[in-house]
Write a protein that binds this ligand. Structure first.
Ligand code: FAD
Length: 530
């Protein structure tokens, strides 16, 4: 059997380095007898550099590649993210002031022996007017108090609250590059200009400007929106998602903090606008912001006005970066001996931060499905393609739900978003079911879903979706127990908010401790020798 000996990752953004690290760690690439992992990145083509919000799966991924959490905080200028705070997604501010709801990462509380709380919340057992997320999870109180999800003493990637991160995308790629090389990834600096195919239509070699020909048994295309190998040489087509998700442009502005001790929000803000929405995330020294919008409904000039108005005087003289993307994915991201990961495989707009989570999934699947025989890739490719396509379709429904259950009718963008023709049948069916019963675990094939039932519930009920459980009231006789549980959650939330540290304080302490550990490591040999 011709053994798989070498993998070449083409591209050095988040997708390239995360995949290379994952492959190198899983395949033990630092052992010369193992599969070798090389990464070639262009010194002249920049990375997109805007993927700065993540999903909690990132913790498992960073732990799996063996990166220390403190090292990551320092290297990637990271902060904590505990969910997404949505503003004005249900109604425009002009109707009755700002509408808010929170999608926390914590699952709804469910203690052994106590009832599932959602039906009781729907039947009015929670304190009057209390939003679903606040009633069933303590995380909303924690973030409103500006608290971190963990304490200094909690271990690497562990904490009492579920969490992800915000980080500087360019710094993240650099820290991964350093870590990847320590795992045995060979880094090459060169731009791939041509791809030569073999007789079977697979890739024989890539030709670079600086280093000539490079060849491998498997090529991982991480060249970003270009999809230079998978879309260029192999011509794997894109399935457009434009008929469902209209946003296809962004204008991004980086806003330096006014003072070094400015509080950092421990969540992403997503504020709905006339033709899209604005992300606003807090890093260690700046905010990353951007207006994601539909070019069918507005233009770049107006979009820049909208984000500048949102930011106010803080944005004066700051550069605005305009980005185009084409929402869609490749149903066949793995073709012959080439697999695309990251933007080369597909782009879904950044609401709910699915981009990097899809990179994590791609890296995980390739590492674990990889065949040892380099001539036997077709079956693995088929399985990989089925799983990735299913994941994209589930994500598509989840993102679209944020738009299509709105009550907003104040602009053509929102009116078009509720047009039934733009809503996938799978989502329409589910929404119809959920008018009479809440989402249940059995509605989801969990291995194919990125978003668990709790996330669907937080968004549905945060957006005032109505599920009529009245006809089934008698099936829920544990109202008293549920009421006690709702009260307990509020008490525990108050205590937890007191126990957890301030967000910025913890981030700074983690970075400081890492720096001190580094100094001790450097100092130790000198003392021993002296
Ligand atoms: P890139 O970052 O573009 O990197 C491409 C790499 O390929 C670069 O290193 C480049 O030098 C190299 N390259 C290109 N061509 C060649 C060549 N010919 N030869 C050699 N090297 C080459 N995702 C999230 O999870 N959270 C978010 O908040 C988020 N926000 C986003 C906002 C916007 C507006 C967009 C469009 C996407 C967002 N995403 C987000 C998606 C996220 O940015 C990407 O999933 C992630 O950054 C991965 O990008 P990438 O590595 O595939 O591509």
């Amino acid at each position: 059997m011709p053994r798989l000996q070498k993998i070449l990752v083409v591209g050095g953004g988040t997708a390239g380095w995360l995949t290379a690290c994952y492959l190198a760690k899983t395949l033990n690439a630092s052992d010369a007898r193992s599969v070798q992992v090389e990464l070639v990145e262009s010194p002249s083509i920049g990375a997109l550099g805007v993927g700065e919000g993540t999903f909690p799966s990132i913790r498992g991924t960073l732990a799996a590649i063996g990166l220390d959490e403190r090292r990551f905080f320092v290297g990637a200028a990271a902060t904590f993210k505990q969910g997404v705070h949505f503003v004005d997604w249900v109604r425009p501010a002009s109707e009755a002031g700002h509408h808010h709801y929170f999608h926390p990462f914590n699952h709804p509380s469910q203690r052994a022996g106590s009832p599932e709380l959602l039906p009781y919340w729907l039947l009015g057992a929670a304190p009057a007017g209390m939003p679903f997320a606040q009633a069933v999870s303590m995380q909303q109180r924690i973030v409103e108090a500006g608290r971190a999800p963990k304490r200094m003493a909690d271990g690497n990637y562990l904490g009492p609250m579920n969490y992800a991160y915000h980080f500087d995308a360019a710094c993240f790629a650099s820290v991964l590059a350093e870590h990847g090389q320590s795992l045995g990834v060979k880094r090459l600096l060169a731009t791939v200009e041509h791809t030569e195919l073999d007789e079977q239509g697979g890739i024989a070699r890539v030709l670079t400007r600086e280093l000539g020909a490079l060849s491998a048994d498997l090529y991982v295309d991480c060249t970003g929106l270009r999809g230079a190998l998978i879309g260029g040489a192999l011509q794997s087509p894109l399935r457009s998602l434009r008929d469902v998700l209209f946003c296809d442009r962004a204008v991004a502005v980086q806003v330096p903090d006014a003072t070094p001790d400015a509080p950092i929000r421990p969540y992403t803000m997503a504020s709905a606008q006339e033709s899209g929405w604005i992300w606003d995330i807090g890093l260690q020294r700046r905010r990353g912001t951007g207006y994601v919008y539909s070019s069918q409904h507005t233009d770049a000039g107006r979009a820049e006005e909208v984000i500048r108005a949102y930011l106010g005087p803080a944005a004066e003289k700051l550069e605005a970066r305009h980005i185009k993307f084409d929402p869609g994915y490749r149903p066949e991201p793995w073709r012959r001996n080439c697999v695309a990961v990251g933007l080369a495989g597909g782009v879904v707009e950044p609401l709910e931060s699915t981009g990097i989570a899809l990179v994590e999934l791609g890296a995980y699947l390739i590492s674990h499905l990889l065949p040892g025989d380099r001539n036997d890739m077709a079956r693995t490719a088929k399985l990989y393609n089925q799983m990735m396509s299913a994941r994209y379709e589930r994500i598509l429904d989840f993102i679209k739900m944020h738009y299509c259950i709105t009550q907003r009718r104040d602009s053509k963008f929102w009116i078009d978003n509720v047009d039934p023709a733009s809503i996938p049948n799978t989502l329409r069916d589910r929404l119809a079911l959920w008018r009479h019963r809440p989402p249940h675990r059995l509605d989801f094939v969990t291995d194919l879903e990125m978003f668990m039932p709790a996330s669907w519930q937080y968004v549905l009920y945060g957006m005032e979706f109505k599920t009529d459980l009245e006809p089934m009231r008698s099936a829920y006789p544990q109202g008293e127990a549920a009421r006690r549980e709702f009260a307990t959650i509020q008490q525990v939330a108050g205590r937890a908010a007191g126990d957890l540290p301030d967000h910025r304080a913890l981030v700074e302490q983690l970075c400081l401790e890492h720096a001190q550990e580094g100094r001790m490591e450097v100092a130790a040999p000198a003392r021993m020798g002296g």
